[in-house]
Design a protein around this ligand. Structure first.
Ligand code: SF4
Length: 781
């Protein structure tokens, strides 16, 4: 075979992943022409296209107009799945009858462990409660050759960053915070299980070519300001919808001043503004992180790769070398500048991650808004903020406070992101400092971040109270299931300082805390280490990944009586006519996130059992007609919960639809938010706008997402109204081409009218919908 590269170091073999990347990259350059300057996003993304030439030239004005227009067919390098979403992904994969996955994959048991008493006790209890699910996941991993990270090994995104992320890779993850790995220069995209299955069976995965939002960083962080504050500030600028359809790509001299884990915190929370993903260039800090996570080989590969040159390329052609950074002069669709030197700490919340308040204005806001001034609990860590740098900066505060004789006043919980980071913090003495401060170390799992938190402070549901977390998301009820718990997001350092004051109005930059000896204590600015002085400890052997070749002899047993797991039955195909006689089940007002459509917390245990988990469908949605939460009215006026009515209508063969407002399905990649309505009989969802992942998930499950062409039409439709589609059948058969309208008959008056609606159905997606679901189509292949 012909060599593709000349290299500076012929002794160093080229990893196949980089050989593929470079091969496609040269085609990208040839097709787009030498004058085209590429963003980093485009370089990596387009170099993962299934058929580069066709993808870049179809419907794109000869390659000049790709972003926001082309539907890209991509070949990701790997798939990562967390335990809650992996169940449904694997049940779908099993329906395809393949002996192994087409690309490498991993399963991470992190979402099902409840945080309550502390790591060891909670982990044992979690394994006891979820044993059946963990056994299912492990047996599937063994059968199909998937890496299996057992409970206690760590949270998916931290584990992926430590083990699988390398620059230039493209990964899918069945979790919305998958972009965490963008901190190490990967394109990492959160998807639903059905998307994951496409990649797992080796079919190309489709994505509307994203626009690229450039965030140019200048200056340098100092004192109390951390990478978390950059993304909290950016979330305030962009709002929860501002990143929709974009990849956020960071650049500028400020990037070189950040740690790799700090960059990961920022890309992690790009999910909060709806971005497809976020990415940083590969920097010296990224290389140091690879080294410290015992991946010197990968650091060397990345360094070598950036010097590879096509064997036929001219020695003066700069584009013949793949740099893990944007081309000079690359064009962004939008640019935001942030001077890191001018930033101050931010606090975001409650109930939405884009309500961003600078620390200096927070006290005044708390008083004005009459938010609780008592801080009930401070929780730090999670996949977002449990890095060595985060924890050593916190440690510096804990030590200073301990020297002054102080302990946290509020409950103080710490969640390490992985066994490796936990063991390293233990080895280096940080855990001892946390323990001495009375901090409760939770297991290396999601715990309170995903509603798996049994509070022990007596705060009852319905009681308004405030907590501060260094997590990434703060929707109502997300942490403890209490809709009245206000969750404010901040850096681990700010959360820690406030836990010592026990007050939401404390400003550690200006305020003091009285000490036991009658003095006043003012926190010094936190300081820490980017990474450990010696490489990360691998942790206890019991938490190492199980990696093995596929074993066809393994049986995946699912008991027919199981309440946790149920074999999936295919949905029926789309009828060969337009839809008629649909009824509006409920008209929802306000925010309707994936948490609203399919709640987490105690419901996580039913993730592998579609009929059982469907009993939570839309159970925190607000009925637009009455303002009631989780209340729906049947046609005879009888009142029930929304999922109860949906089940009744399923049993009555009454197909239905939901009407809702903006950013429907905001939040996570949770495909249950699409599967459950489909199972219960939803055929279309009509809203003012959709969140990207959820809109795709609906199509994959055969539910047609439609948006009002005129938003005011939302006001003309009510629960119980009868809806028929006009043109939907033809549009689907035309591969997503054509207009769709809805014919509405008012239940109350019989009045009829027709409204236009919009859709974003691609050719492939039209195929899924017609087949009944993406799985129906894949299993036929
Ligand atoms: Fe787990 Fe929370 Fe991270 Fe999601 S955001 S992976 S729930 S720690």
């Amino acid at each position: 075979t012909r060599r593709l590269f000349s290299t500076v170091n012929d002794a160093s073999p080229i990893p196949p992943v980089y050989e593929r990347l470079y091969n496609n990259y040269t085609t990208v350059r040839r097709v787009l022409g030498s004058e085209r300057r590429l963003t980093l996003t485009e370089k990596i993304l387009y170099s993962h296209l299934d058929d580069v030439e066709t993808n870049l030239l179809t419907n794109t004005n000869n390659g000049r107009d790709i972003r926001g227009k082309a539907n890209l067919q991509l070949n990701p390098d790997r798939v990562n799945m967390q335990d809650a979403s992996a169940q449904m992904a694997l049940l779908q994969f099993m329906a395809c009858n393949l002996p192994q996955t087409a690309i490498p994959a991993s399963i991470h048991c992190d979402h099902l462990i409840v945080g309550e008493k502390g790591a060891d006790i909670d982990l044992e209890a979690g394994i006891g409660t979820n044993g059946e699910v963990f056994a299912f996941l492990e047996s599937a991993a063994r059968k199909f050759g998937i890496d299996f990270w057992p409970p206690g090994a760590g949270i998916i995104h931290q584990t992926v960053l430590e083990n699988y992320a390398i620059p230039g890779l493209m990964m899918l993850g069945t979790d919305s915070h998958t972009p965490n790995a963008g901190g190490l220069c990967t394109i990492a995209i959160g998807v639903g299980g059905a998307d994951a299955v496409e990649a797992l069976v080796g079919a190309p995965w489709e994505l509307k070519a994203p626009k690229v939002l450039g965030v140019r960083l200048t200056g340098q962080l100092s004192g109390w300001v951390s990478p978390k504050d950059v993304i909290l500030h950016l979330a305030g600028l962009l709002t929860v919808r501002g990143g929709t359809g974009f990849v956020i790509e960071y650049s500028g001299p400020g990037v070189q001043t950040l740690s790799c884990t700090g960059m990961a915190t920022m890309t992690n929370m790009g999910a909060e503004v709806g971005a497809t993903t976020s990415i940083f260039p590969y920097t010296a800090a990224s290389a140091r992180y690879l080294e410290s996570t015992r991946r010197s080989k990968q650091a060397q590969d990345a360094a070598n790769f950036q010097q590879f040159r096509g064997i036929d390329a001219s020695p003066t052609d700069k584009d013949a070398v793949f740099q893990f950074a944007a081309d000079e002069g690359a064009e962004y669709d939008q640019v935001i500048e942030i001077n890191l030197s001018e930033l101050e700490p931010h606090i975001n919340g409650p109930f939405t991650p884009d309500l961003s308040i600078p620390l200096s204005q927070f006290r005044e806001t708390v008083v004005q808004e009459q938010w609780p001034q008592k801080l009930s609990a401070g929780l730090i860590g999670s996949c977002t903020n449990s890095s060595y740098e985060d924890m050593t900066r916190v440690e510096s505060l804990l030590k200073a406070a301990a020297d002054a004789g102080l302990q946290p006043v509020s409950d103080f919980y710490v969640t390490p992101g992985s066994e490796s980071i936990r063991a390293t913090l233990e080895r280096d003495g940080t855990l001892e400092t946390i323990d001495n401060a009375g901090g409760v170390l939770l297991s290396n799992a999601c715990g309170p971040c995903i509603g798996q938190w049994k509070r022990r402070d007596g705060v009852e549901k319905g009681t308004s109270n405030a907590i501060f977390t260094s997590y990434n998301r703060n929707f109502r009820g997300r942490n403890d299931g209490n809709l009245d718990t206000m969750n404010f997001l901040a850096s681990p350092e700010i959360v820690t300082a406030l836990a010592f004051a026990g007050s939401t109005t404390f400003n550690p930059l200006t305020d003091s805390i009285p000490t036991p000896d009658g003095g006043e204590f003012r926190f010094p600015a936190p300081h820490g280490l980017e990474g450990p002085p010696t490489p990360f400890d691998e942790g206890r052997a019991a938490f190492a990944a199980l990696t093995q070749a596929p074993d066809a002899k393994i049986d995946i047993a699912i008991a027919p009586t199981s309440e946790r797991l149920a074999i999936l039955h295919p949905f029926e195909p789309f009828p060969d006519v337009d839809l008629e006689g649909l009824r509006v089940l409920v008209k929802v007002s306000g925010k309707c996130t994936t948490d609203t459509i399919s709640a987490a917390g105690p419901w996580l245990k039913y993730k592998g059992h579609l009929p059982n988990i469907s009993a939570n469908t839309l159970n925190t949605a607000v009925n637009a007609a009455t303002g009631e939460v989780n209340v729906a009215y049947d046609l005879d006026g009888s009142k029930s919960t929304i999922p109860e009515l949906a089940l009744k209508w399923r049993e009555r063969n009454q197909p239905w639809l939901v009407i809702a407002e903006h950013n429907y399905g905001e939040g996570s990649a949770r495909e249950h938010a699409a599967l459950q309505p489909r199972y219960l009989g939803a055929r279309i969802v009509v809203v003012k706008s959709f969140a990207r992942i959820h809109e795709t998930n609906l199509k994959k499950q055969g539910v047609v997402p439609l948006t009002f062409a005129n938003e005011a039409d939302y006001d003309r439709i009510d629960a119980g109204d009868i809806v028929a589609t006009v043109g939907l059948r033809d549009m689907l058969h035309a591969g997503g081409q054509g207009d769709v309208q809805l014919k509405v008959t008012k239940a109350a008056t019989g009045e009829e009218f027709t409204i236009p609606v919009k859709h974003a159905v691609s050719k492939d997606q039209a195929g899924f919908i017609l087949a009944g679901s993406a799985l129906n189509m894949l299993s036929k292949r």
